[in-house]
Ligand binder design. Sequence first.
Ligand code: AMP
Ligand code: ZN
Length: 111
Amino acid sequence: MDCLFCKIVNGEIPSKKIYEDENCYAFEDINPVAPVHVLIVPKKHINGVDTIEASDGEILKSIFAAIKIIAKDLKLNNGYRVISNVGEDGGQSVRHLHFHLIGGKKLAWTF
Ligand code: AMP
Ligand code: ZN
C-alpha cells in the first residue's frame, strides 16, 4: 500500500523519532504549528478514527499511553492538545490514523 505513514513506520521514509512501542510510533511533525508538534500513529495501518474497530483496543491503549509519556517527557505540564482529523471535512491529509500532540504555548481555538 502506498501510505506515507506506513513508510515512516517501516523506516522507508526518515522521521525524527520521539517514542516507540510494539503498537505505535511517534515522530515530529514536519510542519509544526506550535513549539511541540508530535504525531502518534499505530504501526498497523488504520485509515482513521472512522475505521477503528473493537479489536484495535490494545493499539489505542498504546497510543494514549504514549501520548501521556511524551507529554511528560516534553514537560507539557501546563496542558496540551490532542487532535485527530477525519476525512475531507476534518482536514485529514494522510489517510493513516494519527493523533497530533500539540503544545508548548497557549493554544488558540478558532475555525
Ligand atoms: P493531517 O492533515 O491531520 O492528516 O496531518 C498530517 C500531518 O502530517 C501534517 O501535520 C503534516 O505536516 C504531517 N506530515 C506530512 N508529511 C510528513 C513527513 N514526511 N514527516 C512528518 N510529518 C509529516
Ligand atoms: Zn498506513
